[in-house]
Design a protein around this ligand. Structure first.
Ligand code: PRX
Length: 655
């Protein structure tokens, strides 16, 4: 509840400056309403018009929306296109020389590539994939560092109609294995290593480890980009160096024309069970969402230097690195490393050096940079900036104000963009030349998107009342299904009580101006430094350890990370009472989770009990565990607790 109150106390409103409004793609609230009204009047006509105007179709679509098999919606189904053609070929006649990507490596080395060369490299790589027999519909895992090659690999898959599934470089061999087998991928594109903060972090060896696991013999091709030159195993004929694969390939490649519903990619994300979900996106609808939000929310102008700091391993890096910016023909910055290397001024220095106009990052990065040097931005020339954005978790009004005052120097609107892996593009976000902003609110839905805040029965709640956020109408960029699990897709996102609306999994409220305030997830999903992690996933990892009998994981608010991970563990042996022993087991288990899922899922704290607090019917009392993790006074009724004495044990922090 304190969360709800704190956002409701926020009453500051920031109107876009007259200067910004004048130049904006959607200029003024009148223009915003005209678009939103057009969608109200003729929903499918509205999207059809936008899809015709913004996408180059090989074969025009005649049907806009097919709802006959809801919630398996189909958009623009009989249209044919190629996403890579829309991102690259489209620009060759008009701006081939324009820089597409300014890549800055971890060590500061900068390389630039223009649209013509990017096109040629994508074609060569696409031909390389084809030379290995990889074809339309095949699944290809991409496990690469942030690099021009990552964008090339994604675009090349799109070009030949192969379905990519990018796995974030911070995931472990086990996680990689899980995704490879679920997607039944025939190829993995990786690098020898990635460079982060001056350190060489091997990737290929993790792929090798994953490929020794059960079911991974489906992978017939491993393509390796040489990044760090570190030692690694090379297993011919399965393995091929990227540079060898492309060496003799032609620099043109006829795109594979696909239906609008052809899956462009699968991206795994955490849900409320132990198994990640393969979120399947379409080609046409997804591309439309990325393009429109580049224009509306990022107010894209051809003179912009756009920089989204997200890794391509996440949806943000798909929509606003690999696809959106290229589809609109932008020049974008891509960065290999971390925000704090060699110091916390790195982002500001890069904005200065590359004259970034549009900067998009996560609240967790903003908060950590405030902590490490709130005055640092002042040492750099940030006058090129005209627009700032945030994504991934709620931004607290204090961090918002700092971003606004210190980074944007009160000149730049902030677009707080609410969306999800499943929505493909921004859903609720201010159009910066139209919608006044309030710190901590993602404001209003983008034109055409219909949202509501509802109770458990799907009825709309009143103004300023908390409830579940739903999207009431199908929209082009939405998730099509969970790869291989349509039942889970239906149950998870379209439960009966929601009467056809898409259930986002977030709680929110709407204020008297119609502004949405996101309060956080209301399922068992955590947001740790912007990374989405399922508590069940971490619990399953813990109980897979031979020492562990039972585990429960909860989130605890954290100043910088948003949430931190607290695990309550019952060991098979007796609860360790000696501090040194407890500490040793904590370290074993933290490293274990890191191996099982990846370093991003390491619990911040592990506590031990003889058992876990359960109701008499055997349900773990998570709310109680959250209160314990938070050090709160326990006010809940614990009379149904099987063994009240363990509460004292679980309050004990291992130091
Ligand atoms: O809880 C919401 C939070 O991130 C979740 C989606 O996570 P993911 O699929 O990893 O995608 C993140 C990047 C789009 C949401 O359910 N979230 C995302 N953006 C915001 C947010 N919470 C508050 N404000 C936001 N702007």
């Amino acid at each position: 509840m304190s969360n709800i109150e704190s956002v409701l106390n926020e009453i500051r409103v920031f109107k876009p400056s007259a200067e910004f409004v004048k130049q904006a793609n959607v200029s003024g609230m009148g223009a915003y309403r005209t678009l939103a009204d057009a969608a109200q009047k003729d929903y499918t006509g509205y999207w059809a018009k936008l899809a015709r105007e913004n996408i180059l179709w090989r074969k025009p679509f005649t049907k806009t929306l097919d709802e006959s098999n809801a919630p398996f919606f189909k958009w623009f189904e009989d249209g044919e296109l190629n996403v890579s053609y829309n991102c690259l070929d489209k620009h060759l006649a008009t701006q081939a020389e324009k820089t597409a990507i300014i890549f800055e490596a971890d060590d500061g080395k900068v390389s630039k590539i223009n649209y013509r060369d990017l096109y040629a490299r994508v074609c060569q790589f696409a031909n390389g994939l084809k030379s290995r027999g990889i074809k339309k519909g095949d699944r290809v895992i991409i496990y690469l560092p942030m690099s021009i090659e990552a964008a090339v690999a994604m675009q090349a898959c799109a070009r030949i109609g192969a379905i990519h599934s990018v796995v974030f470089g911070g995931f472990s061999a086990k996680s990689l294995h899980e995704r490879i087998t679920d997607a039944q991928a025939c190829a993995v594109i990786t690098a020898d290593a990635q460079m982060r903060g001056g350190k060489v972090m091997p990737l290929k060896s993790i792929v090798d480890e994953a490929l020794t696991m059960e079911g991974c013999d489906v992978v017939k091709h491993v393509i390796i980009y040489r990044r760090a030159g570190n030692e690694m195993q090379f297993n011919a004929p399965r393995d091929a160096w990227w540079h060898d694969l492309v060496a003799k390939q032609k620099t043109t490649c006829e795109p594979e024309w696909v239906g609008a519903e052809h899956p462009l990619f699968i991206l795994y994300t955490s849900g409320s069970t132990g198994k990640p979900k393969g979120v399947q996106h379409s080609s046409g609808g997804y591309l439309l969402g990325a393009i429109l939000t580049m224009q509306w929310v990022f107010d894209y102008k051809p003179t912009d230097i756009f920089w989204c700091t997200a890794d391509v391993g996440w949806i943000t890096g798909h929509s606003y690195v690999a696809y959106g910016p290229l589809a609109v023909g932008a020049t974008q910055v891509m960065y290999e490393g971390i925000p704090t290397f060699p110091d916390a001024g790195r982002f500001w220095k890069m904005i200065q050096n590359h004259k970034v106009t549009t900067f998009y990052t996560a609240p967790t990065a903003i908060r950590s940079l405030i902590k490490l040097g709130s005055d640092l931005p002042k040492q750099y020339d940030l006058s090129s900036l005209r627009l700032l954005g945030t994504v991934g978790e709620p931004i607290n009004p204090e961090a918002w104000m700092w971003y606004y005052n210190t980074v944007g120097q009160t000149r730049c609107p902030i677009v707080d963009t609410w969306w999800q892996t499943e929505t493909g593009c921004h859903m609720i976000a201010p159009l910066p030349g139209a919608v006044p902003t309030k710190p901590g609110s993602c404001t209003l839905p983008i034109p055409g998107i219909q949202v509501a805040v509802v109770d458990e029965l799907g009825n709309e709640v009143g103004t300023n009342q908390g409830g579940s956020l739903v999207i009431t109408k199908s929209f082009p960029s939405q998730i099509r299904t969970i790869w291989g699990d349509p039942e889970r897709f239906k149950k998870n996102y379209f439960p009966k009580e929601m009467r056809g609306a898409y259930l986002a999994g977030d709680s929110a409220n709407r204020d008297e101006d119609g502004y949405i305030w996101i309060m956080g997830r209301n399922d068992d999903v955590l947001k740790v430094s912007g990374h989405r992690l399922g508590t069940m996933e971490i619990e399953s990892a813990l109980v897979a350890n031979p020492l562990v009998a039972e585990a429960a994981v909860v989130g605890r608010p954290h100043d910088i990370k948003g949430e931190s991970i607290v695990a309550f563990v019952v060991l098979k042996s007796a609860r360790p009472t000696e501090a040194a022993k407890a500490k040793e087991i904590v370290e074993i288990l933290r490293n274990w989770v890191s191996k099982e899922i990846g370093p991003i899922a390491k619990p911040d704290e592990i506590r031990f009990g003889d058992n876990l607090p359960k109701t008499r019917s055997g349900k773990i009392m998570r709310r109680l565990l959250r209160a314990i993790a938070n050090g709160e006074e326990i006010t809940q009724d614990v009379s149904t607790l099987e063994n009240p004495a363990i509460l004292e044990q679980l309050k004990e922090v291992v130091r």
